[in-house]
Design a binder for this molecule. Structure first.
Ligand code: PLP
Length: 406
């Protein structure tokens, strides 16, 4: 199949606009992806015709709404190759899912002195929930270093493991460097050491075909907005046995079997972890997003983004004074860079005047920045709609930065 990026671009209404008199080159997909018409329409159609609160309603709209909401659970199961829909918990996003694991699993099963291994390239969402747990029960956080190229070496993971390791938690893809971590190998090592495996899939979900059973992840989390869906919705995958062993994290409506003032019993997973009215239209929107990317095919998207990554890497490396940060062999569609005389925020501002949207800063990975001896980077990130003209616009605007700042 030939990948027709120009056709797909027409599915994204936001791309049709000009910014400061230039065609929009949206290179900030790692922060959040633009939304295709299919998602926008599915959500507005749902809100116009089918919306009501879900579960327990006897009227037509509630039943319709419940069916449309619950239909997305098996879609997520299939999208990440999980075994059962009961293993999919709706959360507000990757961050919410990480906190759920830290509090419901970590607080129940970990003891003072138990160790959690993370890597130096983690997003704050995969650092701070474990630090909160450290304050609550005195666990120890061990950090696997990252090489100057931005890789996580298997030997270094091995060295961080001990007989106290209970969890190894890592990003499938780094949101700063684009590095694809060897998830399957890390998971095998962790399991050999008797630890569970938490994979932060916030950046892999929209760029790589994900197979949680092939990785043998015990937990896998992602956010809907990174995969062309709405904000406020995401998912936690956890192996059924583990989910069944976990107590609820939050209490309220919808997660109970029965309530008296003396005693409350809870539903089975996943409902036990979904207290309160969920973001219903957002779940429907996420379903539309998964349908949309599945029709294009994750393999095709990955191959297209790989070509764009190569093109962008070549274009930026050819500009004097630009240094690419993160040169791992196995990378996904992200290029972070710095320039000799311009701060990343200045780069971002100059690029914006040319219609090029990138992100500048620490990218919610302050410990990684410190590890690399940097305060910030400029980051261009790609999606299924990124074309070579976007990259040409990026390179031209970066040359302009060089003219201005030297
Ligand atoms: N993990 C990684 C690697 C990310 O890039 C992000 C968001 O940028 C997150 C976790 C958190 O995602 P969210 O803010 O959608 O919960």
């Amino acid at each position: 199949m030939t990948y027709d990026v120009e056709t797909y671009r027409k599915d994204f209404p936001a791309l049709a606009q000009e910014i400061h008199g230039h065609p929009l080159a949206y290179l900030d997909t790692a922060a959040s992806a633009l939304k295709p018409r299919a998602v926008i329409d599915a959500m507005s159609r749902f809100l116009e015709r089918d919306y009501a609160n879900i579960h327990r309603g006897v009227h037509e709209l509630s039943q319709r709404s419940t069916d449309m909401y619950e239909a997305v659970r098996p879609m997520i199961r299939d999208f990440i190759s999980a075994g059962r829909e009961e293993e999919i918990v709706f959360t507000h996003g990757a961050t919410d899912a990480a906190n759920l694991v830290a509090q419901a699993w970590g607080r129940t099963f970990l003891k003072t002195g138990d160790e959690i291994v993370i890597t130096a390239l983690e997003h704050h969402a995969n650092i701070v929930p474990w630090q909160l747990l450290r304050e609550q029960i005195g666990i120890v956080l061990r950090v696997v270093p990252v090489t100057p190229e931005g890789e996580v070496r298997i030997e270094d993971v091995k060295a961080a493991l001990s007989d106290r390791t209970r969890l190894v938690a890592f990003a499938h893809v780094s949101n700063v460097l684009g590095t694809i971590l060897p998830a399957k190998e890390i998971a095998a090592l962790a399991h050999d050491a008797g630890a569970l495996v938490f994979v932060d899939g916030a950046q892999s979900i929209s760029h790589l075909p994900v197979d949680v059973r092939d990785i043998d992840a015990d937990f896998f989390v992602f956010s809907g907005h990174k995969i062309y869906g709405p904000t406020g919705i995401g998912a936690l995958y956890a192996k059924q046995k583990i989910l069944e062993s976990m107590p609820p994290y939050q209490g309220g409506g919808d997660m109970i079997a029965s309530v008296t003032f003396e005693k409350t019993t809870f539903k089975d997973p996943p409902f036990r972890f979904e207290a309160g009215t969920p973001p219903i239209a957002e779940v429907v929107g996420l379903g539309a997003a998964l349908r949309y990317v599945s029709e294009i095919g994750m393999d095709n998207i990955a191959a297209h983004e790989d070509e764009i990554l190569r093109y962008a890497t070549e274009a930026l490396s050819g500009i004097e004074g630009v240094r690419i940060v993160g040169t791992a062999k196995n990378k996904s569609g992200i290029v972070s860079f710095i320039m000799e005389h311009a701060h990343p925020h200045d780069i971002g501002t100059v690029l914006d005047r040319s219609g090029v949207a990138i992100r500048a800063g620490h990218h919610c990975a302050q410990p990684l920045m410190e590890h690399l001896g940097l305060t910030a980077t400029a980051r261009a990130s790609f999606g299924l709609y990124t074309n070579k003209a976007d990259i040409d616009a990026l390179a031209a605007a970066v040359r302009k930065v060089r003219e201005i700042f030297g």
